[in-house]
Design a protein around this ligand. Structure first.
Ligand SMILES: C[S@@+](CC[C@H](N)C(=O)[O-])C[C@H]1O[C@@H](n2cnc3c(N)ncnc32)[C@H](O)[C@@H]1O
Length: 469
């Protein structure tokens, strides 16, 4: 029987030339006309793969052998690369990796947003794309008679232990700041020392969340426990604080619920201050344990610089920063604006933003707590007509109610910051359908070696720009 796309079977071995990449970082090629997704491959590779799953329009296969490598193929540097799955592009040269990310954004805009004519700028990369993360959350699991710290392997609940004795060749994650890796390793040792007898009533540790302010060097550790009791909590805290002088904030979070959130609602300060302080450009920021803060400080400066360029402020404009976190973009733009508003749902982040305005002696910023989709209509109802709206939503993008109100407010300029090209494309498509024009799209590599990419986009309202400008 001749093989064609309908007779392909699972278990079949396929020779595939990879010609593209998916949004989750897998290589894509064709086998008898059917698209085949093969993780761990990249355009230019010729590979032998085993079909694992066959659907009507595509198949998923497992890489067995690289028959001819792409000229852009690299030996991954991380010893955990294969098991961890977090760095899905570590086998791709950095130059090619940036080119692929630009392509991913371009492809989303065309396919999802119907914006094939929009030109996407080249992704801005990093000079040293390692140890760039200022935050990490390690999963804590009981395995082989001890608490282990690491990440779940892709698609499973098996933990890749990043700090066991067998992994001493590379303790920690290559994307994470080296000071945070050292702190994680020490925390792992002390959780084992003070976590209780693993056989009888051990403490249920869920996560270890670590943060570092790159500019000030301050570090924060949040130990997330699933149980309330932790008899030796004080011993843990005092030994950690004495052994690691850089740690300025040690917090316990109690998360007894079933939700998949990393942290629960209850925080307890164990030692030091309840927040860390960092500097970004000319500003100082307080960052509380549950507030969002961009994870790559060097690239954040590039991102915020672009936001200022796109906002094109002259000193008198009203700026609305939707999804404002600790107020960083609003405060960054405040010196060139008449008035800035920030809208944010996490109340601790709103408190940080208000505190940050005072800390930086900024008097023209106002921060409101609540969901953007609720606050915006009420601000519009009160007659607020911003000149610039910054949208920096989480991965799921903007709620349609929020976009409807932004359109009704007729802001001449929108600056859309996104970490998900798919939802960005969806929202841009909607805004373009309602009279906005995409002027510039600039991807910034905030997450080197992973398949994630940040983009910043300038949109302008057609016609109204002239009337109001
Ligand atoms: C990608 S972060 C951006 C934060 C900030 N612009 C920055 O650069 O650090 C998205 C923020 O939106 C907040 N958020 C998520 N959903 C929201 C909603 N429906 N309304 C208001 N804020 C929301 C999150 O808590 C988070 O602080």
């Amino acid at each position: 029987m001749t093989t064609n796309k309908t007779t392909i079977r699972t278990g079949e071995k396929a020779e595939v030339l990879i010609t593209g990449i998916t949004h989750s970082g897998a290589g894509v090629g064709r086998y008898h006309g059917l698209a085949v997704f093969i993780p761990g491959t990249l355009p230019g590779d010729k590979v032998l793969a085993e079909v694992l799953e066959k659907k009507k329009n595509y198949a998923v296969a497992r890489l067995l052998e690289i028959l001819e490598p792409s000229s852009c193929r690299l030996e991954p540097q991380c010893v955990h690369y294969a098991a961890c799955g977090g760095c899905r592009l570590q086998h791709v040269s950095y130059k090619e990796h940036l080119r692929l990310k630009t392509g991913l954004v371009q492809d989303s805009l065309a396919r999802i947003g119907g914006l094939g004519e929009v030109v996407v700028g080249e992704t801005v990369g990093m000079e040293h794309p390692w140890h760039y993360r200022n935050k990490v959350h390690f999963k804590v699991e009981k395995q082989d008679g001890r608490y282990q710290l690491g990440f779940f392997e892709e698609g499973s609940h098996n933990l890749t232990d990043f700090f066991s004795a067998g992994n001493c060749r590379q303790p920690g994650c290559l994307l994470v700041d080296t000071g945070l890796n050292q702190l994680a390793s020490l925390c792992g040792t002390l959780l084992n020392k003070y976590g209780g007898d693993l056989e009888r009533e051990p403490v249920f540790f869920r996560h270890l969340v670590l943060r570092k302010a790159f500019f000030t060097g301050e570090m924060m550790a949040v130990v997330v426990t699933g149980s309330r009791d932790w008899p030796r909590e004080k011993d843990f805290a005092s030994e950690l604080m004495s052994q690691q002088p850089g740690i300025t904030s040690l917090v316990r979070n109690i998360h007894t619920g079933l939700s998949g959130e990393i942290m629960g609602k209850e925080f307890r300060l164990l030692a030091g201050r309840d927040a860390i302080y960092d500097r970004l450009a000319h500003l100082t920021f307080r960052i509380s344990p549950d507030s969002f803060y961009q994870v790559n400080p060097l690239q954040t400066q590039i991102l915020y610089g672009k936001a200022a360029e796109y906002a094109a402020l002259t000193g008198k404009e009203t700026v609305l920063d939707a999804y404002s976190g600790i107020g960083s973009i609003a405060l960054y733009l405040s010196q060139q604006a008449g008035k800035v508003y920030g809208l944010e749902v996490v109340s601790a982040a709103v408190e940080d933003a208000r505190h940050n305005a005072v800390l930086n002696k900024i008097g023209n910023a106002e921060f409101l707590a609540g969901k953007v989709e609720r606050l915006l209509p009420s601000l519009a109802g009160q007659g607020l007509r911003p000149d610039v709206v910054v949208l920096d939503p989480p991965r799921r993008g903007c709620d349609q109610e929020a976009l409807i109100t932004v359109i009704a407010m007729e802001a001449p300029r929108l600056v859309y910051v996104s970490c998900d090209p798919g939802t960005l494309a969806r929202d841009l498509g909607y805004l373009v359908g309602k009279g906005y024009q995409v002027r510039e799209v600039q991807p910034v590599d905030m997450f080197p070696w992973t398949h994630h990419v940040e983009s910043i986009v300038l949109l302008q309202k057609q016609f109204v720009t002239n009337l109001r400008g």
